[in-house]
Design a protein around this ligand. Sequence first.
Ligand SMILES: Nc1ncnc2c1ncn2[C@@H]1O[C@H](COP(=O)(O)OP(=O)(O)OP(=O)(O)O)[C@@H](O)[C@H]1O
Length: 368
Amino acid sequence: MQFSDFQFFMFLKRLSLIQYKNLASTSFEFDQKINCLVGNNGVGKTNVLDSIYHLAFGKSYFNPITGQNIMHDTEFFVLDGVFEKEERDEKVIVSAKRGQKKIIKRNGKEYDKLSDHVGFIPLVIISPADRDLIIEGSDTRRKFLNNVISQSDKDYLNQVITYTKILSQRNSLLKYFAANKTFDRDTLSIYNDQMIDLGNKIHQKREHFLKKFTPIFKSRYESISSGSEEVNLTYKSQLNEESLEHLFEQNLQKDMAMQYTSIGVHKDDLVMFINDYPVKKFGSQGQQKSFLIALKLAQYDFIKEQSGVNPILLLDDIFDKLDEHRVAKIVDLVTTDQLGQLFISDTHAERTERVVKETSQSYHIFKM
Ligand SMILES: Nc1ncnc2c1ncn2[C@@H]1O[C@H](COP(=O)(O)OP(=O)(O)OP(=O)(O)O)[C@@H](O)[C@H]1O
């Protein structure tokens, strides 16, 4: 196959890691299509996948605390990846020293803001940790929304970052009022106005996103589940019914008492249903797994459509979720005539090889 015929092919060619979690120093030359990381529990397969995620998003998928990504008893880590994108080499380096700000560079130039990098390397990860999307609080689901939308909308990510900053300033102001038994409507209004402006934009974008995303998700669920159940996603937001301006006014006393902003898009949630019941309470284990895979594959489709690039797909411990037949289907889906690069981690070398062999695509197995 002539990859050069396709303008938007992207893949990770080389990766080298220094002192990233349990990986002291290691490097890889990857296949353009399928890469399998196999080895016993705890050797660091997931850590390699996470380092690829880190290069794309500037942070770990599993542990957002930078210092905890540095190998124990060492002072720094360096991740160095060379991607090929639109026939050009793109060198991305992420490095962190204890107690210092993380540095992200592309082709030798340091980014001022992380948000300038997000979206440059479209990527989706499917991992057992995704179950947090169902079982954990709304924060996890907002992060999911933010992650998908910001891969194709830089303004959105900046809006969320600024909104969060102003929210924390507004909360500090509420605390200051309480501590000093004072109140200053004018100063509060300055924060309110900024939050209203940004909150409305964020709300609109989330709403718009879910309109497009939900049908993709439903059709993905249908194709991977054997059952005939109906699934749905709905966007829950205080702003669905009322304007933020009005809500701030209505909740002023409450916010003053709590010393915290109880209203806004930082309270949004994504509600997941199976046959009209919340999947968290009423979905079987198998249904929940299918739900999560469908969510992630829909994310893959959506990003692909928005960016024109096949995202890199990381399948972490996928056999934990699906049988071989279903994994084969996913591998096929991503790697056949379309041009996606895929990384799979598994404890069983033979099982993985059996599945990837079936695709008749090029692959490389890395024994760790
Ligand atoms: N900062 C760190 N320094 C040193 N080791 C770390 C650090 N963070 C995590 N680890 C270790 O990395 C090890 C390997 O993790 P990883 O999840 O990558 O293994 P794995 O090969 O994917 O295993 P499994 O098959 O069980 O999923 C764990 O033992 C963990 O304790």
